[in-house]
Design a protein around this ligand. Structure first.
Ligand code: ZN
Ligand code: ZN
Length: 249
């Protein structure tokens, strides 16, 4: 006791985090974050490469100087989704952090990423006027094996902070994706499209505009496949938000 600071529930609420009671681990280095109450070490925050400057009007990826308004991927391929936003460039640092979330049960790191997404893109997400959040689903057997779907964990956090409802029973994964390596881009997409389905009976009439949520966007074929099945089912707008983007060049 003595000089130790008493932590009240009001403090916890004010800090908006459980970090005052339970030490938080840094999504980049994995060590306990100091000072307490923060979600990332100040030094580690600098190691993340935030999407900045001119971005693709379609997917939100950073543009190189050779590209115009759209990135190479979006100018070459059909895009059924309306628009996307992404927080980070897909680098070694961000990919290692995503792997920890996905395979090492470091779901708490998503508190940091969802907070960053809302700090940066809160207004844009509000302007999208999405009726519902839908995480990119994983196959039920994969979810059982891991215990959770990281995209759903992220979507739940965004839902809590924005009030946009989340639906996990409309867009479903009906097949595990076959190995994609030897396939052409066309075949990959076909393969993926058959992996997703919309449960029409769960798709409510008010779900006209959907914001898809995922951790990593690379070629965009997963997002495209989901946008196609949703629009085919009658959804009017499909947006997405992803923590990382890139890695397909
Ligand atoms: Zn750190
Ligand atoms: Zn693009």
């Amino acid at each position: 006791m003595g000089a130790a600071r008493r932590v009240s529930m009001a403090d916890v609420a004010r800090e908006g985090a459980v970090g005052l009671i339970f030490p938080r681990r840094c999504p980049v280095c994995g060590d306990i974050v100091r000072p307490r109450g923060r979600l990332i070490c100040p030094e580690c925050a600098k190691r993340l490469s935030y999407v900045s400057g001119a971005t693709c009007l379609k997917c939100g990826k950073e543009l190189t100087c050779q590209e115009g308004e759209y990135c190479l991927g979006c100018s070459r391929r059909q895009r059924t989704f309306d628009q996307g936003i992404a927080l980070l460039n897909y680098t070694e640092v961000s990919s290692a952090s995503m792997a920890q979330i996905k395979y090492e049960n470091k779901r708490e790191y998503l508190d940091f990423y969802s907070q960053e997404i809302l700090l940066r893109f809160g207004e844009r997400i509000a302007r999208m006027n999405a009726d519902v959040l839908m995480p990119i689903p994983v196959h039920p057997s994969r979810k059982r094996a891991r215990g959770y779907n990281q995209a759903e964990e992220l979507a739940r956090r965004i839902s809590r902070q924005t009030g946009i409802p989340i639906s996990v029973d409309v867009l479903i994964r009906i097949r595990k994706t076959l190995p994609q390596k030897e396939l052409t881009a066309q075949e990959r997409l076909k393969n993926l499209e058959q992996a997703f389905a919309v449960r029409q009976e769960a798709l409510e009439p008010w779900m006209r505009s959907v914001l898809l949520v995922d951790d990593i966007y690379t070629t965009g074929s997963t997002m495209e496949a989901c946008a196609r099945v949703l629009k085919r089912a009658g959804v009017r707008q499909v947006y997405f938000v992803s923590v990382c983007i890139g890695g397909d060049r």
